[in-house]
Design a protein around this ligand. Structure first.
Ligand code: ADP
Length: 638
């Protein structure tokens, strides 16, 4: 069969173009990428062979072989892993843009990456990085477990297209053959290859081997040297997580992090420990310094890589971490789990539960430690991941308070740009203050100018400001050290006992006008009452305890969820002169049309103050303009 020519997908074309024309630094990483692919292919074959022995094709002697050939100017990387069918080759090396590719292209759009090309070397750019050093790449592959079937040959010169054709291949696995560019022939040198493998791929579990020529003493002729070629394993193969902490430099930790995370930045924190006792396992975990762009997407894959006695079982084991720590990357290697564990069994496995508990504790303790001793680092962490950690307050009942201690908030008393904690808040609560108060908003400035805060300010109570969309749902139900968190816009807030009697008095004094306003607005609100939270503003809208904030309602609506419209409660400030004025007019002539107009204006103001839209802005504008004209006439008459 002749070769079939196919086009690369646009994103792949873009990537190849960059590889060839723009990237000049750290070209040697192509070898790391190819070794990593070969190692993945072996992991896959070995794992699948646990349940299907035929895949071994008689040999479990896993190996990655590097073969430089000076005569042809080619460098070949071979593995005896899972291999690919023709369809898989077409998908994997031409038509599908991998998440790595997408992230790489995205990273390149960021200025700090463009200005620092050395960062690119830290990025997982995959198979296509071969084209940094080769002008032609040939891949020959045959799927494991199908001896006798034909293999496939893929070839490209990165000119926008590639070819595929059937070809015979005796051994399972994949050969990647790089036809090196003239100026890149140094990658055929033994010492160069050895250095790169040691630098980037030392911890790869499978042997990376190469035939190396050495001079040895001749066995026949004494004193004479002869050349022999021997297979040499170039990597130490020691899994980094199984080494002692004292043997590992931070640079090595970082390199391994970049290898598993495809992140181009260093991690913020590394957590490495061994657990013994009821469960034996080693965990090497990382807290990244930046949130990946897709962390809030559904397809985000969380969880560390799971190994059982150094055999990779799963590349993302989500059962090992709670969802609110989904940003944590790393490796867990267990000695207790069975090798052939399936996803279903994992979910109900006691060992997995023990590991999850331990890992969660370690990460939370690390975060707490960071908060106490390296606040600036923690502040960075919190700006990236605070919103995710916060979910734990809602979902992890047992650790609610511990997680709540990790949260940071601006408040009515923090200085611009600084944040407080619940601990600090409760430490400085005023005499007689029973609850922790918060207000939600879209910005600190907007929240600070809210009329809902007037009475709290007058009493010198601190109010936390919550800016995340999820805050109201999560924080509303929280109890911290025996104190409830209460939204200042909700419920019947009584700031002290005298408030209540003052309010009752006010309701008696203004009873009639209150009834009148209630009647006028019966379609819009469920109640009108005197307020004890207002000091300067005339009125505001509040919810009942348990109602959702208007902001939250908007979010639900935007997500396409129908929320029944909650009628709100209008609170009126009895100290405001407008109420007294309305009462006087009412006593004189309770059918004066001005009263109805004022009631509506009070309501409209309150709607604007809570940040919502008016139903009939034109009517509001008309009323205000009329009031201005009336007032102007009065001023002129004076
Ligand atoms: P990534 O490894 O990040 O998925 P690559 O571009 O390096 O991206 O590789 C693309 C895909 O090609 C891999 O996901 C894998 O399916 C396949 N592949 C690459 N190299 C090999 C190999 N040596 N053996 C089997 N499959 C491979």
């Amino acid at each position: 069969m002749s070769a079939q020519k196919m086009e690369f997908k646009t994103e792949v074309k873009q990537l190849l173009d960059l590889m060839i024309h723009s990237l000049y630094s750290h070209k040697e990483i192509f070898l790391r990428e190819l070794i990593s692919n070969a190692s993945d292919a072996i992991d896959k074959a070995r794992y699948e062979a646990l349940t299907d022995n035929a895949l071994l094709e008689g040999s479990g002697d896993w190996k990655i072989r590097i073969t430089p050939d000076r005569n042809t100017g080619t460098l070949m990387l071979s593995d005896n892993g899972t291999g690919m069918t023709k369809e898989e080759v077409i998908e994997a090396l031409g038509t599908i843009a991998h998440s790595g590719t997408k992230e790489f292209l995205k990273a390149l759009q960021q200025k700090d990456v463009r200005d620092n090309p050395e960062l690119i070397g830290q990025f997982g750019v995959g198979f296509y990085s071969s084209f940094m050093v080769a002008d032609k790449v040939t891949v020959i592959s045959r799927k494991a477990g199908m001896p006798g079937s034909t293999g496939v040959k893929w070839e490209s010169t990165a000119d926008g297209a590639f070819t595929v054709e059937d070809i015979g291949k005796e051994h399972k696995g994949t050969d990647v053959i790089l036809h090196l560019k003239d100026e890149e022939k140094k990658y055929l040198e033994t010492w160069e290859i050895k250095n790169i493998v040691r630098k980037y791929s030392d911890y790869i579990e499978h042997p990376v081997v190469m035939d190396v020529e050495r001079e040895v003493d001749s066995a026949i002729e004494k004193g004479k040297k002869v050349k022999v070629t021997e297979e040499e394993t170039l990597n130490s193969r020691k899994a980094i997580w199984l080494k002692n902490k004292s043997e590992i430099s931070q640079d090595e930790y970082n390199e391994f992090y970049r290898h598993i995370s495809h992140d181009f930045a260093d991690p913020l924190k590394t957590v490495h420990y061994k657990a013994e006792g009821t469960s034996e396992f080693t965990a090497l975990l990382y807290i990244p310094s930046k949130a990946p762009f897709n962390i809030f997407y559904k397809d985000f894959r969380m969880g560390p890589i799971l190994y059982v006695k150094r055999v990779q079982i799963m590349d993302h084991c989500e059962d090992l971490l709670p969802l609110y720590l989904r940003f944590v990357k790393g490796v867990v290697d267990s000695s207790d789990l069975p090798l052939n564990i399936s996803r279903e069994i994992l979910q109900s496995n006691r060992q997995v539960e023990i590991i999850k508990k331990s890992v969660t504790k370690q990460i939370l303790d690390t975060l707490n430690d960071m908060k106490e001793h390296e606040y600036d680092t923690y502040f960075n962490f919190y700006s990236e991941f605070g919103r995710i950690v916060k979910e734990g307050v809602h979902f992890d009942v047992a650790r609610k308070e511990q997680i709540a201690d990790l949260l940071l908030f601006p408040s009515t008393k923090t200085e611009k740009g600084t944040l407080t904690t619940l601990q600090k808040y409760t430490d400085s609560m005023k005499e007689g203050q029973d609850d922790i108060y918060y207000i939600t908003g879209v910005s600190v400035d907007e929240a600070l100018s809210s009329p809902y805060l007037e009475a709290f300010r007058a009493k010198d109570y601190e109010v936390l400001i919550m800016l995340d969309e999820v805050d109201d749902i999560i924080m509303g139900g929280l109890e911290y050290k025996g104190k409830h968190l209460k939204s200042v816009t909700r419920g019947d807030i009584k700031l002290d006992k005298t408030d209540d009697s003052d309010r009752k008095k006010a309701e008696e004094t203004y009873g009639k006008i209150l009834e009148f306003i209630k009647d006028q607005l019966k379609e819009e609100v469920k109640d009108v009452r005197m307020s004890s939270r207002l000091k300067d503003s005339a009125c505001c809208l509040v919810g009942d305890e348990g109602d959702i904030d208007p902001q939250m309602q908007k979010i639900f609506k935007a997500m396409g969820q129908d929320v029944p419209p909650h009628k709100r409660i209008l609170e009126i400030n009895p100290l405001h002169p407008v109420i007294e004025a309305m009462q006087v007019i009412f006593n004189k002539d309770n059918s004066n049309p001005v009263l109805g107009e004022y009631a509506r204006l009070l309501y409209d103001q309150a709607v604007l103050l809570e940040g919502s839209k008016l139903k009939d802005p034109a009517a509001f504008a008309k009323s205000v303009a009329k009031l201005m004209a009336d007032n102007a006439k009065r001023v002129i008459a004076l």
